[in-house]
Unconditional design. Structure first.
Length: 390
């Protein structure tokens, strides 16, 4: 199978989408498929990524809201690239203009839309949940829902990484939604990486004794992640139980988080952890992962925490919530610092009483290899009926 991914948010300094696509390039080649990524770039060029894997960069305009990215501004050039590649299967990795372009391409290949983002949860619901009920917000953003429903008629399948997002898309009128959860890097995250001396050192950093509860937060420092809310929740819980929080990440919201910490010695910000083995060791050495974002489409960090044996403390919506429920984690009301504080206190008390659950993985965690095997199998099933019809 030859798969072409039209990926508007693949960029040299990209984040989660770039990481995912890089894995897919390797996984596809390992499974005997050819994978080509068409991405907006500074110039027209082809970047070889090994046998049966390459990136076709198309000269494109800078994205005005974030100069790390570009957008496809030349539809004829994109269509010419698709014609040249003659794919068996096409993906669009963003629900915006690039998906409309892929949906309008006159070629015959089946196509899939991968929902790497949940814009309504990340923006509209976050901004207006305290002002209006969800049905009212949805009606106000009906143009977006009409856009998605149109894409639903142009694509053979809409792929979502979590049951919660799949249900919302289905409730919004999309008929072709399929759930295919992602997974962790195989052989990296495990409870056996737990290091009691590292845990003690992190608690020392938080000026807390070994019997205190050590919470970990990992991810981008962005407004939708709600780190300031979690800082408030941990500070409130810390007035009743000995609780510390270490945050590992980077991003534009760093100064806001630091202001909210306001010198609290029990909450510390670490340098970004780029080494995967070191991240696995830190994860396995904490007592629980705390997460604040209700707009996750999958929440890779929650999956990595589960694979490390960590209980999850998560909001009641989004990909993190789905994983917390599946793993017997702890749930609080989204965007509610008081609810998060109460849940953290309940978890800390349960941990102190030995009732926080087992740390070991009972079953092997789902990996990205599992995800891609299922993905390519789905695509093969879409391609073969077309070939028989032809």
């Amino acid at each position: 199978m030859k798969l072409v991914d039209v990926c508007a948010f693949y960029a040299p300094k990209g984040g989660g989408v770039r990481t995912y696509v890089d894995r897919k390039l390797k996984a596809g080649a390992a499974m005997g498929h050819e994978v080509v990524v068409i991405a907006p770039g500074e110039e027209d060029r082809v970047e070889e990524r090994g046998p049966n894997a390459r990136i076709v960069w198309l000269k494109s305009t800078l994205f005005p809201l974030d100069f790390n990215y570009r957008y496809f501004n030349d539809a004829p050039a994109l269509y010419a690239a698709l014609d040249r590649e003659a794919p068996d299967m096409i993906e669009a990795s963003s629900p915006w203009r690039s998906a409309s372009l892929v949906g309008g391409w006159p070629g015959k290949a089946p196509r899939a839309l991968i929902m790497h983002a949940d814009p309504l949860s990340a923006y509209a619901y976050r901004w207006f949940d305290g002002v209006a009920p969800r049905p009212v917000i949805d009606r106000a953003f009906d143009r977006y829902w009409r856009h998605l429903r149109k894409l639903d008629t142009q694509f053979d399948i809409i792929l979502s990484a979590s049951p919660g997002l799949s249900q919302r898309l289905t409730n919004g009128g999309l008929g072709g939604v399929t759930t295919n959860p992602m997974g962790v890097d195989p052989g990296v995250f495990s409870p056996v990486s737990r290091d009691t001396e590292l845990r003690k050192g992190l608690l020392d950093l938080c000026e807390l004794p070994e019997e205190a509860t050590l919470l970990l937060g990992v991810g981008r420092f962005a407004p939708e992640k709600r780190w300031p809310m979690l800082v408030d929740a941990v500070a409130a819980a810390g007035t009743h139980r000995p609780v510390g929080l270490v945050l590992a990440g980077q991003g534009r919201d760093l100064r806001n988080i630091e202001r909210r910490i306001a010198g609290n010695p029990h909450i510390r910000i670490l340098e970004p952890i780029t080494n995967r083995a070191e991240l696995a060791r830190v994860m396995a050495s904490a007592d629980a992962l705390v997460h604040g974002c209700e707009a996750e489409t999958f929440c890779m960090v929650a999956a990595e925490a589960c694979a490390s044996g960590l209980p999850l403390i998560a909001p009641d919506e989004g990909g993190a919530a789905d994983q917390a429920r599946a793993s017997g984690g702890w749930i609080y009301e989204s965007a509610n610092a008081a609810s998060a504080a109460q849940t953290i206190m309940e978890y800390a008390l349960a941990r102190e009483s030995g009732l926080d659950g087992p740390r070991a993985q009972i079953a092997p965690p789902r990996t990205m290899d599992n995800h891609f095997a299922e993905l390519f199998d789905t695509y093969e099933r879409l391609i073969h009926p077309r070939r028989r019809a032809a």
